[in-house]
Design a protein around this ligand. Structure first.
Ligand code: ADP
Ligand code: MG
Length: 236
């Protein structure tokens, strides 16, 4: 199992008391599968991703990423795990305005350090960036800067960037919210395809219930509790 949440409870301070954002949530996501998380605003969807991303430490429960119990890691250990094993796609692409699409990805390889900054590794990072841009359908846009790309294209760069370090876990928060229906469907198809091709354990938070027949599993979050509304139909 590439991602495992086991009885995770997360609360935030709220005035004199605390608000429960996640209430004993358990979720297992195998590699090469995509789980969609739906639910009303404020139900805990982003909190679930933040915990899975090790950006927030839960009050109780275990978060296991690619075999590592994140509760055993210190701050630096969690940051290293994020750089090497976790890809995160936020709602807003947050691309750097002055960089080309390819450079947005190459920067990620430098941030993760590792194999040095010699000519060879720089060339390898650039080759990987171009390969990923090709995988998201942007091979001919590699030299463009964000203002020269459409909203959908920027979101594709965002997704390609999250895959730069070959993550085991891919966490995606409402990637289609700023896109029209058709472009939203294309991004969902792309995420399903990449999940299979790169064997990521993907969790996708979405408002958009359309097209969810394409994903492996859909769970609903309501008041911080996870449920699976109806069992998956048997494929005969
Ligand atoms: P969703 O993504 O489904 O809209 P969130 O996970 O953002 O929901 O929020 C779940 C609950 O936790 C909400 O009640 C929200 O107000 C609260 N919450 C989220 N983040 C914080 C925070 N940083 N501080 C305090 N409360 C928060
Ligand atoms: Mg949210």
């Amino acid at each position: 199992m590439s991602l495992l949440l086991d009885q995770v409870t997360l609360t935030y301070p709220d005035g004199d008391g605390r608000v429960t954002a996640l209430d004993s949530v358990s979720l297992a996501v195998p590699p090469g599968t995509l789980t969609a998380v739906v639910g009303p605003s404020g139900s805990g969807k982003s909190s679930l991703l933040a915990v899975a991303a090790t950006l927030v430490t839960p009050d109780r429960g275990r978060v296991v990423v690619a075999g590592t119990d994140t509760g055993t890691l210190d701050r630096a250990g969690r940051a290293a795990l994020r750089r090497t094993r976790i890809g995160i796609v936020f709602q807003q692409p947050n691309l750097l305005p002055s960089l080309t699409a390819a450079e947005q990805l190459v920067v990620m390889a430098h941030l993760s350090g590792g194999s040095g900054s010699g000519r060879g590794s720089r060339g390898a990072a650039r080759a990987r960036a171009l390969e990923l841009l090709d995988a998201v359908g942007l091979a001919d846009q590699a030299g463009r800067r964000p203002h020269q790309l459409s909203g959908g294209q920027r979101q594709r760069v965002n997704i390609a960037r999250a895959l730069m370090n070959d993550p085991a876990v891919l966490l995606v928060d409402e990637p289609t919210s700023a896109l029209d229906h058709e472009r939203g469907a294309a991004v969902l198809d792309l995420l399903v395809m990449l999940t299979r091709a790169r064997s990521t354990a993907t969790v996708l938070v979405t408002h958009d219930r359309a097209h969810l027949d394409r994903v492996d599993r859909t769970v609903t979050v309501m008041d911080g509790r996870l449920s699976e509304p109806r069992p998956r139909p048997l494929r005969l």
